[in-house]
Design a protein around this ligand. Structure first.
Ligand SMILES: NC(=O)c1ccc[n+]([C@@H]2O[C@H](COP(=O)([O-])OP(=O)(O)OC[C@H]3O[C@@H](n4cnc5c(N)ncnc54)[C@H](OP(=O)(O)O)[C@@H]3O)[C@@H](O)[C@H]2O)c1
Length: 287
């Protein structure tokens, strides 16, 4: 049996659908059981566990051949990343107590970076979970293509999208959550020893310019991309309610300056199959 956290979200849902398609038994781990009906109908067992509840996670992970661990995104962490440190300790104690056969942890591109930034949350959790005695895979995907769901409205209505990724002709490692879920499901079913890292991006790197031209061809209207000036980011993020925008700004700097990159570089990453056009088309249709 495979225990899947984050199943009501994008990646966790894809992981579970891929396992179910391979006729594998899935335990759906969620913080709110009222979201579980569709999963129960697909044959999953349902378990309620918050990512910060060690006792509930222990029950959720007990008896599992493999567990998929996804920590919900936190775009506005406290200085010192206390939330990630607490989550790391909770996860470690729950996994140690439940003793599943193997673990796949959804990390990120750049988890090995030494400069502090938003992704440091995954660096912290990788370090703590890396101390576990059972086999663990850190799956490090690139920038999710689904992040452009935030731009569908402005592309459609105004023919313009804003970009924090700059310069707009610089290729960025991106990947579809469909590819992440497919690869994660494969990894969960493998056997391996110790700690391993799997880095994953899409079929080719994508420039912000290509985002605009792909939106334009799918929408049948001109779409231009406008870089958001770096000096406006802090006040913009604060105006949107962020208390501590520095980690997010540093993450964007890391992508733009190239120090957020795969540890094994482009040559060493696995390549997904899902094209940008497919993802943007789905995002437009589901709007
Ligand atoms: N976006 C990117 O470009 C990118 C790149 C690399 C790595 N990542 C990593 O990918 C992960 C996000 O994956 P995603 O996009 O699939 O997430 P998502 O769609 O936002 O889903 C988040 C999932 O976490 C669950 N969740 C939220 N709070 C919880 C809690 N307190 N306890 C238990 N479960 C909780 C949600 O459940 P509910 O339905 O109850 O809310 C949902 O199932 C993050 O760790 C992020 O750092 C993202």
């Amino acid at each position: 049996m495979f225990a899947i956290t984050g199943i009501t979200g994008k990646v966790g849902g894809e992981v579970a659908r891929n396992l179910l398609a391979s006729k594998q038994p899935v335990r759906a781990v969620m913080r709110d059981l009222s979201k579980g009906e569709a999963w129960a109908q697909l044959g999953c067992g349902l378990v309620c566990a918050d990512i910060n509840d060690a006792a509930a996670l222990t029950s959720a992970f007990k008896g599992a051949e493999s567990v998929f661990v996804l920590v919900p995104p936190n775009f506005d962490p406290s200085p010192g990343f206390h939330e990630a440190r607490a989550t790391a300790a909770t996860l470690k104690s729950a996994i140690e107590a439940a003793r599943p056969g193997r673990v796949v942890y959804l990390s990120t591109i750049g988890a090995q970076a030494t400069q502090s930034n938003l992704l440091t949350q995954h660096t912290i959790i990788e370090q703590v979970l890396g101390e576990l005695s059972m086999p663990i895979t850190f799956l490090r995907p690139g920038w999710f293509m689904e992040n452009f769901s935030w731009d569908v409205g402005s592309a459609t209505n105004d023919g313009v999208i804003s970009s924090f990724l700059q310069p707009i002709d610089k290729p960025v490692p991106m990947v579809a959550t469909g590819d992440i879920g497919r690869v994660a499901a494969e990894l969960l079913q493998e056997t391996w020893k110790g700690r391993r890292v799997v880095e994953l991006e899409g079929p080719h790197r994508v420039t912000p310019n290509e985002i605009a031209t792909t939106f334009a061809s799918l929408l049948g209207r001109p779409v231009r991309i406008e870089p958001v000036p770096r000096e406006t980011w802090e006040s913009l993020f604060k105006s949107q309610g962020m208390k501590n925008p520095t980690p997010r700004i540093k993450m964007l700097d890391g992508f733009n300056e190239g120090w957020i990159e795969f540890e094994s570089a482009e040559a060493g990453s696995r390549k997904g199959r899902v094209a940008l056009e497919t993802v943007l088309e789905t995002l437009i249709e589901s709007r």
